[in-house]
Write a protein that binds this ligand. Structure first.
Ligand code: FES
Length: 149
């Protein structure tokens, strides 16, 4: 009987919510690892589910794949990361997440005013962004925090 500590691609996909193609992509990118059976089939340690949950959460709050990869690279890949490993990671990420939270709050609180995107569609734009002066700073919504532009 096969150990439940190791999951097949379809079991990992079903439990994590990621498509098998996404799992293979993350494996190619070195974000997750798989062992192989004698029949050359992938088997994933159950601990990979936490890495995948971390990838999804980080991506959902707008962190880049490079940032996620750099963070996961700090975790040991020869064993399942412990609580201490994850604590170290979260401490390293605190400032980045605080900045993302601040940016999201600014977005939440600023959506009803001019964001400097060039649309000039709000009354407020005439005062905040006359003749789209914001464009001189570069593309995108110049009044939104950098992570959200
Ligand atoms: S909201 Fe788009 S330019 Fe003001």
């Amino acid at each position: 009987m096969r150990s439940t500590d190791h999951l097949t691609v379809s079991e990992l996909a079903a439990r994590s919510g990621f498509a098998p193609s996404a799992l293979r992509f993350y494996e190619r990118e070195g974000l997750i690892q798989a062992s192989r059976t004698s029949g050359n089939q992938r088997r994933y340690e159950r601990g990979v589910l936490r890495r995948l949950a971390f990838i999804r959460a980080a991506r959902n709050v707008g962190l880049s794949l490079e940032e996620v990869a750099a963070a996961l690279a700090a975790l040991p890949d020869s064993r399942t990361p412990t609580k201490a490993d994850w604590t170290r990671l979260s401490r390293a990420w605190r400032a980045r997440l605080d900045a993302q939270i601040a940016a999201l709050e600014k977005l939440r609180d600023g959506l009803d005013s001019c964001i400097g995107c060039g649309c000039l569609s709000l009354k407020r734009c005439a005062m905040s962004n006359p003749a789209d002066v914001a464009r001189t700073d570069g593309p995108g919504a110049r009044y939104l925090p950098a992570p959200l532009r």
